[in-house]
Design a protein around this ligand. Structure first.
Ligand SMILES: C[S@@+](CC[C@H](N)C(=O)[O-])C[C@H]1O[C@@H](n2cnc3c(N)ncnc32)[C@H](O)[C@@H]1O
Length: 246
C-alpha cells in the first residue's frame, strides 16, 4: 500500500516509521511512504505557508494554495485514486475498525495541520474525512499521522512475523481487550506465572485466555462488551470471572 504524507515536517513521520514493524513493512515492499512539503509549492522568496486569521485572534492559519498544489502533486504521483484524510482534533476518533478499513485501501493521503489549523475552504474542497487520535490538542498532525501509519502498517499481510498476533490483539475482530501475557522466569519475586499456561493443555490455555480477555474488558472497558458478539460459553466464562473478582 502507498501512504502520502503532506506536512511541513514530512520527515518527522517518515523517520518515526523507519523502525520496527513499520520499517520492516517498508523493507518488505508492503508499504511505501512518501513525504510532501507544502513549502516546496509556496511562492515568493519566503515560501510562505501561513498567514494571520481573518477576524483577529492568536496564531496563524495554513494557506490554501501551497497545500492545494502539494495535494495535487501527491495525487498525481500515482494513478491509483487516493482519499485525503486530515488529522484533526475535530475528526472522528481513530478506532481499530477504522484502521482495518484503511489497511484495505491501496493508497491514501494524510494531511497534517500546524498552527491554528488549515483554511477551512481547503478542508471543505479537498478533504474526504477527518480523523482524531484523541480528545487533546497536539501542535501538529505529524504524530497523529505516524500513529495511523503504524497501526495500518502492522495489518499489512506479511508485516508481522506471526500474523496471529494481530488477530489476538485488543480491539481485534471480537472487540475485546487482549489477555495478559507472561514470559520467563516462571518464579519471580513479583509473582508466579499462572499454572494453566505451562500445562500444555491447549484447550485449557485457550479457555483461560478467553476468560481473561472477557474479564479485563469487563473491568477496564465494560462498554466494549455491549458491542462484542458473546457466545453462551463466553457469558459463562465471564460470570465465573466476575464471581472470582468481585
Ligand atoms: C494546534 S492544532 C490546531 C487545533 C485547532 N485550532 C482546534 O482546536 O481544533 C494543529 C494541528 O495539529 C493536528 N492535531 C492536533 N490535535 C490532534 C488530534 N487530537 N488528532 C489529530 N490531529 C491533531 C491537526 O492537524 C491540527 O491542524
Amino acid at each position: 500500500m502507498r501512504i502520502d504524507i503532506v506536512s511541513l515536517f514530512p520527515e518527522f513521520v517518515t523517520q518515526v516509521a523507519g523502525h520496527g514493524v513499520v520499517g520492516r513493512a517498508q523493507e518488505r515492499g508492503l508499504l511505501a511512504l512518501h513525504g510532501w512539503n507544502p513549502r516546496d509549492h509556496a511562492e515568493g522568496n519566503y515560501r510562505r505557508v501561513d498567514d494571520r486569521p481573518f477576524g483577529g485572534g492568536p496564531g496563524m492559519v495554513m494557506l490554501i494554495d501551497p497545500l492545494r498544489a502539494c495535494l495535487a502533486a501527491a495525487r498525481a504521483a500515482d494513478p491509483a485514486p487516493a482519499k485525503v484524510i486530515y488529522l484533526s482534533p475535530q475528526g472522528m476518533p481513530l478506532t481499530q475498525a477504522k484502521v482495518r478499513e484503511l489497511a484495505g485501501e491501496p493508497r491514501f493521503i494524510l494531511l497534517c495541520g500546524r498552527y491554528e489549523g488549515i483554511d477551512e475552504r481547503l478542508v471543505a474542497a479537498e478533504v474526504d474525512e477527518e480523523l482524531s487520535i484523541g480528545d487533546y490538542v497536539l501542535s501538529g498532525g505529524e504524530l497523529a499521522a505516524a500513529v495511523v501509519v503504524d497501526a495500518v502498517a502492522r495489518l499489512q499481510e506479511g508485516a508481522l512475523n506471526d500474523a496471529e498476533s494481530a488477530a489476538q490483539d485488543s480491539f481485534a475482530a471480537d472487540g475485546l481487550l487482549d489477555c495478559p501475557h507472561y514470559t520467563r522466569p516462571v518464579e519471580h519475586e513479583l509473582g508466579t506465572v499462572p499454572e494453566v499456561l505451562m500445562s500444555g493443555n491447549h484447550a485449557g490455555i485457550a479457555r483461560w485466555r478467553r476468560q481473561q480477555a472477557l474479564g479485563r474488558t469487563w473491568q477496564r472497558r465494560p462498554e466494549l462488551l455491549d458491542e462484542a458478539a458473546l457466545s453462551a460459553a463466553d457469558r459463562k466464562l465471564l460470570e465465573a470471572f466476575k464471581a472470582e473478582n468481585p
